[in-house]
Write a protein that binds this ligand. Structure first.
Ligand SMILES: Cc1cc2nc3c(=O)[nH]c(=O)nc-3n(C[C@H](O)[C@H](O)[C@H](O)COP(=O)(O)OP(=O)(O)OC[C@H]3O[C@@H](n4cnc5c(N)ncnc54)[C@H](O)[C@@H]3O)c2cc1C
Length: 390
């Protein structure tokens, strides 16, 4: 019997989503090789690294100014596909109080940018070298040892065994498992694109309704709509014909603007999923697989890219071993807990119609409006994440 051939790599990344690809490219920029695996096959002729599901992913992502700066360093900023956000209007439906966050107060070209998930994946995928990624992979087994991890997989009909010094999990939102704390929001996000009249003038809207937050994000000439609703109402919204849907959207915004025929709708169930332990031996979890947040205020990928960046810096500067992974876990505590708390508090305190809370929210929004330091506190969290702490 012939011995199975064992391949050796230093760094194996499972999941070639935006976070996994960012990590791979940040390591490559520092002269370190890593191998990416993804379960999705790449359709013939597509950009390297962009799988079928990514090409059709309907999400639009609001990316912070900080995320742009990191993506520029790995030549993956999708300039032409990115729409700047110059102002953000925050308000609550049926209650007083509103505030406007303006880029001019922060001496920045934009507060953030809106990019389709697929355009971001394509920009990252275009930077991958030909041998960077195995796609269409099925992981068969993962066996940890003291100083390495062995991964068995099937690729192109062949079984292969790869031994890696560190294994990085970037597989996206995890299924339920004992290491994940799940807190269900009992909300689904219904998303689509719609053209406003007059034009959006690079303004985003975050409108809090008793059902959940409703965001309009400028994207090209359109708005990307993120309509958060309890599941039964999301069922109803998904089933509406286009005219009824447009009328429902219109009812949330009054006569400020008119909406044209909406594009196809998709939905995502929403829960906070936090992994208790980021590192186990020579394995580490980053991006959505470490923490999946509610999309309100667009923190998810912005946090995931900071995971990838920090991990790359630590592996490049301190070596590829479990001690480096342990210091990575410690270094990410504040950012991930702070971002999770920030989004969770927003969702829970705004998604209800309780009179006293509505009053408190109105006062809060008013305070943000008339008291610039409070507004700057919120704005800086959106622009920089936890880098803005304390
Ligand atoms: C409606 C909605 C709106 C959002 N809006 C924003 C926003 O405005 N701003 C923002 O920053 N974030 C936003 N997010 C969050 C953002 O989409 C995620 O944080 C981001 O996509 C996470 O990237 P990732 O690479 O960690 O995971 P993913 O994008 O899920 O990629 C994971 C990759 O791993 C692969 N994979 C999975 N399992 C395996 C396996 N077993 N073996 C091999 N490969 C595997 C998948 O094929 C995929 O390619 C939003 C999310 C939703 C649902």
């Amino acid at each position: 019997m012939t011995e199975a051939v064992v391949e050796h790599v230093d760094i194996l990344i499972v999941g070639a989503g935006p976070v996994g690809m960012t990590l791979h490219l940040a390591l490559a920029a520092g002269g370190r090789k890593s191998l990416l695996l993804d379960r999705r096959p790449r359709p013939a002729g597509s950009t390297l690294g962009v799988q079928q599901a990514q090409q059709t992913d309907p999400r639009a992502l609001a990316l912070s100014h900080g995320a742009r700066q990191l993506l520029e360093q790995i030549n993956s900023w999708p300039t032409r596909a990115a729409t700047p956000i110059e102002t953000i209007h925050v308000s609550q439906k049926g209650g007083f109080g509103r505030t406007v966050i303006d880029r001019a107060d922060y001496d920045l070209p934009a507060l953030g940018y809106v990019v389709r998930y697929r355009d971001l994946a394509a920009a990252l995928g275009a930077q991958l070298a030909a041998d960077a990624l195995l796609d269409g992979v099925e992981i068969l087994d993962i066996t940890p040892a003291d100083d390495h991890v062995t991964v068995s997989l099937r690729h192109a009909g062949q079984e292969r065994t790869i031994e890696t010094k560190v294994l990085i999990h970037a597989e996206g939102t995890p299924d339920d498992d004992p290491d994940i704390k799940v807190s269900d929001y009992d909300q689904h996000a219904v998303i689509c694109e719609v053209t406003p009249t007059p034009g959006h003038n690079k303004r985003a809207w975050e409108r809090f309704t008793p059902d959940g937050p409703l965001a309009l994000l400028p994207l090209g000439n359109d708005y990307s709509v993120v309509f958060t609703l309890p599941p039964a109402k999301a069922d109803a919204v998904m089933a509406m014909d286009d005219d009824t849907f447009t009328a429902a959207l219109q009812a949330q915004f009054g006569q400020r603007m008119r909406f044209g025929k909406p594009g196809p709708r998709s939905r995502f169930p929403l829960a906070l999923r936090m992994r208790d332990t980021l590192v186990k031996g020579n394995e580490v979890w980053i991006g959505n697989t470490a923490q999946t947040l509610h999309p309100v205020s667009g923190q998810g990928f912005n946090l995931g890219i900071r995971d990838a960046w920090q991990l790359a810096e630590i592996l490049l500067n301190y070596g590829v071993d479990r001690n480096s992974l342990a210091s990575y876990a410690a270094s990410r505590r504040l950012d991930r807990q702070g971002s999770a708390l920030f989004t969770d508090q927003i969702v829970r305190s705004f998604s209800n119609d309780f009179g006293p809370l509505k009053l408190a929210r109105g006062l809060g929004l008013l305070a943000l409006d008339v008291f610039p330091p409070a507004r700057h506190f919120v704005a800086k969290r959106m622009i920089w994440g936890a880098r803005a702490w304390p």
